[in-house]
Each structure stands twice: as C-alpha cells, then as structure tokens.
Design a binder for this molecule. Structure first.
Ligand code: ZN
Length: 317
C-alpha cells in the first residue's frame, strides 16, 4: 500500500500549435476548453511546460523543482535539469520540415540549451503514411543550393510508416511529421528546433521564423538515416520489455501486457506512458493517455490488464 503512493503522477500540459487537431481532447481524457492542441507534454520539466505533480506527498510541486530538491527520487542523476521530455503529438496538419542541433551546437548557439535527440512511436497513422527522414544532397553545398532554391520535395527522403513503427531521430537529421499521425515522442528535454521549411504557412498573418542558415550548418551530410532509423514493433512478444533504442541520452522500451507482468524497477527512474488499452499498475487503474513516473528504488512493479506502454529512462554519459 505504501508503494502505490510513491508513483509520481505529473499533470500533462497541452500546447496549442498551428498544425494541431482535437484528438488530444476528444480521444484522451486531457482536460481542456479549447482545440488546436498539437502536443500533450505528458512528462516534462522544461520551462516551456513544467508538469505539476497531481497527487500524493509532492502534490502541487513542479517536476523541475521535485528533480532539483529530491534528486534521490531520480537516482541522483548528475544532469542539472530533468533530462527527458515525453509528449504525444497529434498532427492534424503536417509539421514544418526541421532539424535539431546536438548538445555542442545548442550549448554554444542557444544559450546553453541541450541539443535534441528524439524518437517516435507511431500510435496511429493513415494508410500509406510517410515520414520525412533525411535528405538526398551529397554535399553541404548541394544542400544549401537546394534549400535556397526551395527544392524541398526533391531534397527530402520519405519513408513509409505504419502504426507500431518506431523511429530514432539523431541531431542533424532533417525530418518532419506528416498530417494524420499520432505519435508518442521521447526526447531530450529541449525545445530547440530549426525550421527549414514551413510550406509557406501563415500564423496570425505572418510566416513563422525559418532558420535556413542554422539548418544548413547542423544538418548531417550526406544523410541516409532513413535506412537505419526505422523499427517495426508490431510482432514484438507480449509480457516482456522490448528495447526500442539505447543511445547516449535515453533507453526506450515497448511493453505489451496481456494478463499479468511484473518488473523490478532498477533504473534511476522509469517513465511510463499507456498508449493502448488499460489495466492496473500495483492496484492503480491506468488507461491510454496516462503518464507516470516510477522513482528510484520503487522495487517490483506489477501490471495487469490488456495494454501497451512505452517506457523510458535517462542515460548519462
Ligand atoms: Zn523534431
């Protein structure tokens, strides 16, 4: 009974976006008055959307403060800021074609910010969906020429995706989420995006800022990451932790619970997002769209029900 209270429950933060839809409000239980929400920041301590702990001993505290003042809950990690951000993205319209810097570039050019490595789990998508991953320019000069001439359709690589696919996006990879996709994103806690192209869209009558020169500087050239970025997880076995990626910043797993499953929480912390179905975690009713944190030393976590989850933890170099 004591253990159940130690699950940390962050209150999600909804973000309005020009390309956002209404699924986060209609298909999930996220409370909101409006629409046009493109993102639900389910687990975040980023200053642009710092989740408040909803219940228990730390109710009312922001995740950033909890991380600063109770580092023992997070395995005494050295990172000065909570290192990860987990969000659900509902792209009613396509997102800009963009690229993120790595830690070194962001630290120098973006006021000490973290770079952004991110990964996507496709929760839902239209038939024949494609994602933009990588580009076809062979040299940086060719990349600059094609960008300056606006030859984006020729430039970018497109990869077909299905529900249940997983994609790792390294810094420097030109990428875009296309219309109709619902994605669970696990990423470094960073909000630094360089837009290469925004399809000429206007927001409040004005185009959003485009960062052509930064994009050309940080893009990987050549970039064939479309060939190795994608994993198909549809046939992964139930009732085991299936690792999706392990990189310098995070490890991510997919877990499909059928009946009962338990695991020993031995990571610095474990982030959980229920992406399908529902059930129980140590007696707590959980369902699609719930985001939870199992702190350090949590011990055995017992799941039951019929559900799919994405789990992650931070890695320190
Ligand atoms: Zn991105």
């Amino acid at each position: 009974m004591e253990k159940r209270e130690r699950i940390l429950v962050p209150e999600p933060v909804l973000k309005e976006n020009v390309w956002g839809g209404n699924r986060l409000v209609t298909e999930f239980h996220y409370k909101s008055e409006g629409s046009g929400y493109g993102e639900c920041w389910g687990i975040s301590a980023h200053p642009h959307g710092d989740c408040v702990i909803a219940e228990g001993e730390y109710a009312g505290e922001t995740l950033s403060r909890l991380y600063r003042e109770h580092r023992e809950l997070f395995g005494n990690l050295k990172s000065p800021e909570f290192p990860l951000l987990v969000k659900i993205i509902d792209a009613q319209d396509k997102l800009s074609i963009q690229v993120h810097p790595d830690d070194a570039y962001a630290g120098t050019h973006e006021d000490g910010s973290l770079g952004k490595t991110e990964c996507w789990y496709v929760m839902d998508c239209p038939e024949d969906a494609e994602l933009v991953i990588g580009h076809k320019a062979k040299t940086r000069e060719e990349l600059a020429d094609m960008v300056h001439q606006g030859r984006y359709e020729e430039l970018v690589r497109r990869v077909p995706v299905k529900k249940g696919d997983f994609i790792q996006i390294e810094p420097g990879t030109i990428h875009a989420i296309t219309a109709g996709l619902l994605i669970l994103e696990t990423q470094q806690s960073s909000d630094v995006t360089y837009r290469v192209y925004d399809y000429g869209r206007l927001v409040d009558g004005k185009p959003r800022p485009i960062h052509v020169e930064q994009s050309i500087q940080v893009a990987n050239v050549p970039d064939e990451s479309d060939k190795k970025a994608l994993k198909h997880t549809q046939d992964y076995a139930a009732n085991r932790l299936n690792q999706l990626v392990s990189c310098d910043f995070y490890k991510v797993w997919k877990l499909k619970v059928e009946g009962e499953f338990s695991l020993e929480q031995e990571e610095p912390f474990l982030l959980l997002s229920v992406i399908q179905g529902g059930g129980f975690l140590d007696g707590r009713n959980i369902k699609r769209g719930d985001h939870l944190i199992l702190p350090a030393g949590y011990g055995r976590a017992r799941f039951s029900g019929d559900m799919e989850l994405i789990l992650s933890t931070a890695v320190e170099k």
